[in-house]
Design a protein around this ligand. Structure first.
Ligand SMILES: [Zn+2]
Ligand SMILES: [Zn+2]
Length: 278
């Protein structure tokens, strides 16, 4: 039986730990995982800073640098060989979807396509009213500062979020197709739900979610079933939330468990609870 962790990070993400990749893999092996996908944040486009607003750490700590790409790939290759008899390690990225940078993102992926086994496409930044983009998952204050409706009109923020997610899936459909594509943590906008006391998605947003699921399914993409939120004090849910998981299961969609590990002890977190929900 395959036991897979499909969403994991490394020391190259700068917002995790400095532990060596070997320790992540050895933890996965000790937990009985047979497959492990390394999905470090791909470098952000060179000119992204021009459109970015928010704490500088949210930019600098969001992804590997373009200058680290070769070292990252070498590192993944090294552990693929070192642990070949114990676990299948796949090479991947988590790609930030940025609506204003589709050309750059596509170009990057095409250049990496030979090397790439699996790609997680995620939305961590949303457009602000000033025509810039800001992070939604850095901290509650940043979310409230750039998306103030989160406090009194949260459905508006949800709407923007799902529209960008839909756009990200349309973009993904334009990529070459010889690697697996998975759509990352599709309810990340709820990360601080307990902090803001966020309501459930309203009927209009539920329809947007249904459209999104159908769009993902029609393109034969997978869904990231991400447990990182379960350990976050203001979240406490899986991404996507269980009601959405049920609807997606009903549509026959493929889920892949992802710990979203940013440190060794996160690898495999809540695996048993998660698979019992799928
Ligand atoms: Zn992510
Ligand atoms: Zn991630």
């Amino acid at each position: 039986m395959i036991k897979k962790d499909g969403h994991t990070h490394t020391r190259f993400s700068h917002h995790g730990s400095n532990e060596p990749l070997d320790d992540y893999i050895e933890r996965a092996i000790s937990l009985g995982f047979t497959e492990y996908v390394v999905t470090e944040h791909a470098p952000l486009p060179m000119t992204f800073l021009n459109h970015f607003t928010g704490p500088r750490e949210a930019h600098d700590g969001s992804a590997m640098l373009a200058t680290e790409l070769a070292a990252y790939q070498k590192e993944v290759k090294r552990v693929q060989i070192k642990y070949a008899d114990h676990i299948q390690i796949k090479s991947g990225f988590e790609l930030d979807y940025l609506a204003d940078y589709e050309t750059e993102l596509r170009q990057f992926i095409i250049m990496q396509a030979d090397w790439l086994d699996e790609l997680v496409i995620s939305v961590h930044f949303l457009p602000t009213q000033d025509g810039l983009v800001a992070p939604i998952d850095f901290d509650p204050d940043t979310l409230a500062k750039y998306f103030p409706e989160i406090e009194n009109l949260p459905q508006v923020v949800f709407e923007n979020y799902f529209k960008i997610l839909q756009k990200s899936v349309r973009f993904a459909a334009t990529l070459p197709h010889d690697f697996v594509i998975r759509i990352g943590h599709i309810t990340l906008i709820r990360k601080y739900q307990k902090y803001f006391n966020l309501p459930k998605f309203d009927d209009d947003n539920q329809l947007r979610i249904d459209d999104l699921l159908r769009q993902i399914k029609d393109n034969h993409f997978q869904l990231d079933f991400n447990t990182a939120g379960l350990s976050k004090p203001y979240n406490g849910e899986t991404y996507p939330t269980l009601d959405i998981v049920r609807r997606a299961s009903h549509l026959g969609m493929t889920f892949v468990y992802g710990s979203d590990a940013h440190k060794v002890s996160d690898v495999g977190q809540f695996y048993d609870a998660a698979v019992s929900d799928i």
